[in-house]
Design a binder for this molecule. Sequence first.
Ligand code: HEC
Length: 241
Amino acid sequence: MRNTTPYIAFLIIIMLAACKHDIINNQNTISADTTVVVAPPVNGGTGPSTAPAVSDTVCFNTDILPLYVSYCGSSGCHDVNTHKEGVITTDYTHIMNGIKAKNSSSSKYYTIIVGGSMPPRNSPQMTTANIAMIKKWIDQGALNTQCTNVCDTTAFTYAGAIQTIISNNCGGCHGTKPGTANVYLGDYASTKTYITANTTIFLNAITWTSATPAMNMPQSSKMVACKITQIQKWIKAGYPQ
Ligand code: HEC
């Protein structure tokens, strides 16, 4: 039998090249310079050959992981150190323990959110759009899609970009009062007031340049660079609404 490895490798390279510079829908952000890399799946996820059309791909690293980190993976809950009930939701492999690719109704880490028992009632809740995004990701095969440059960095008003970024990435810990470590980022005025009084701490936190790693935010997964850029531009421009 002929060795097909070189052909398969060639095919994958062609596919990755085809993904580059395509337009992708990511929450409210669209970019003409998006790179999508589909990493090998686990636990029944399908391979790159059945990856969905790039224009509609849910990016695991920017759309899904931040939700599980923020709303489920806080310290004391489902982070690596605490892992309540054996559940860890701060990386792809562990999240896949509760996900069945293309079958959201059999995916425990989805149904438990839809059913309303997680996150606990007194904790910040995901939005309907967040939950729909998780379902879409599962329906697409629950791939470990890694996307970069998924933002329109010319968009940095609060309503047009920043609110969603902060809600998705920080909301699970800082979205309801008083907020973890007394940092509440759940609305425009409070966010502006906090950052104005703590600009350096805030910027160091989101750029992962804090003096202590525990103060880098979100703690278990740094935001993609273009989202950090959007927040930096928003602050520099005087917090446009
Ligand atoms: C999974 C929970 C979690 C998420 C998500 C999270 N934080 Fe935090 N945040 C914490 C904890 C815990 C602390 C206290 C850290 C410490 O003092 O060691 C904290 C502290 C902070 C502080 C204060 C640091 C200080 O020294 O006072 C800022 C600012 C902050 N977070 C911003 C953010 C921003 C911005 C995001 C989103 C981009 C975010 N956090 C996401 C849990 C979280």
